[in-house]
Design a protein around this ligand. Structure first.
Ligand SMILES: C[S@@+](CC[C@H](N)C(=O)[O-])C[C@H]1O[C@@H](n2cnc3c(N)ncnc32)[C@H](O)[C@@H]1O
Length: 340
């Protein structure tokens, strides 16, 4: 159980916390951590490299110091170890684009509409969450979003492909597959496998490009459409839905579970990977927060929990194999199969 707050300063930390997030997004827009790693370590050097006046950059760097992203010693700035590991060009765990575009752009934009969302009102009357907030004019944009999602999905995709043995599978359907990060990870590990990626047309071209660049384009078919209305290819061994159930409402989840069942051969398996809280709705916090940010333009959005996801799969006829954490403290993977 989470420790209950006792002190007013703990409440203040929460009320100001979004400003710290914004400081990080702004630092990434200026690529400050990369510049520091490249030797621009004084305020004048950083001001000159970024084109931001020293007085204003000082304020940003001070905010970054307070959250432990950089330190300053005798006028020279240094990156925190985590900044060096994940927030600069060339770092093994670089996920700057995911933070900037998905968290800083898409989720932040989405949260501007939270009051409406809580009242059950929509921002875009005739569109869903992605079509409205990501793909509409003035939104993050399909290509930018998919590229950023790709940066965030590469690591977890490799992890999932290592954990889930698809050695006997021949056909994988990746619904809401986005850039194809998960498809590509599974194809690399399973030479006998072919895949279909179904996503909105705004994303299909980006996926096609990533698959071609990976040299795997000839093993992937792309279907541009809406997962809720476009027919799915049949006779699949595996259906994967990663971060799709959090993007649609409860009735649509029922449809997706039923469509997955219909698309699979008997014995075939369904993988649902998403932000999920535990069944007591205690956490993890990042999953709970992401689900809150997914509510705009999706009045029927559910607070996905592991039990809820398993029940939806069972109601569609699946035999449940279990749910396990995927990205620690953030996402879960529910597995089930269509009985033979
Ligand atoms: C957060 S992204 C995840 C992409 C990919 N599955 C991954 O994990 O990297 C969610 C994807 O679902 C797609 N999506 C959402 N609703 C959809 C729908 N109704 N039909 C098809 N695709 C949808 C979005 O376009 C987006 O590419």
């Amino acid at each position: 159980m989470v420790k209950l707050l006792e002190d007013v300063r703990e409440i203040s930390a929460l009320t100001y916390g979004f400003i710290a997030s914004k400081a990080l997004f702004a630092a990434l827009d200026l690529d400050l951590f990369t510049r520091i790693a490249q030797g621009k370590t004084t305020l004048p050097e950083l001001a000159s490299a970024t084109g931001v006046a020293a007085n204003r950059l000082r304020t940003l760097l001070t905010a970054l110091k307070t959250v432990g992203l950089v330190s300053e010693t005798q006028g020279r700035f240094a990156n925190a170890p985590a900044a060096d590991g994940y927030l600069l060009a060339g770092a093994a765990g670089d996920f700057r684009d995911y933070i900037r575009v998905v968290n800083g752009g898409f989720l932040y934009e989405s949260l501007r509409h939270l009051d409406k969302a809580l009242r059950g009102e929509r921002v875009f009357k005739d569109k869903g969450f992605y079509e409205g907030i990501v793909y509409s004019e003035g939104g993050v944009g399909g290509e930018a979003f998919s590229e950023a999602q790709h940066a965030g999905s590469l690591g977890p995709a490799q992890l999932m492909a290592r954990r889930i043995d698809l050695g006997n599978a021949r056909a994988l359907l990746d619904v809401g597959g986005g850039s194809g990060a998960y498809t590509l990870a599974f194809l690399r590990r399973n030479p006998q496998l072919r895949a279909t990626i179904l996503d909105f047309p705004e994303t299909t071209e980006t996926a096609r490009r990533y698959c071609a660049e990976a040299g795997l384009g000839d093993r992937v078919t792309h279907v541009a459409g809406n997962a809720l209305t476009t027919p799915w290819p049949a006779s699949q061994d595996v259906v994967l839905m990663s971060y799709l159930w959090s993007a649609v409402g409860g009735p649509d989840i029922v449809t997706l579970a039923q469509r997955a069942y219909q698309a699979l051969k008997p014995g075939g398996q369904v993988l649902v990977h998403d932000f999920m809280v535990d069944d007591q709705h205690e956490g993890p916090a990042f999953a709970a927060w992401y689900l809150l940010a997914s509510m705009p333009d999706n009045p029927q959005a559910e607070c996905l929990s592991t039990g809820f996801v398993e029940k939806c799969l069972a109601d569609a006829g699946f035999a449940i194999d279990g749910t396990t954490p995927m990205i620690a403290e953030i996402t879960q993977l529910a597995r089930a199969h269509r009985p033979s």
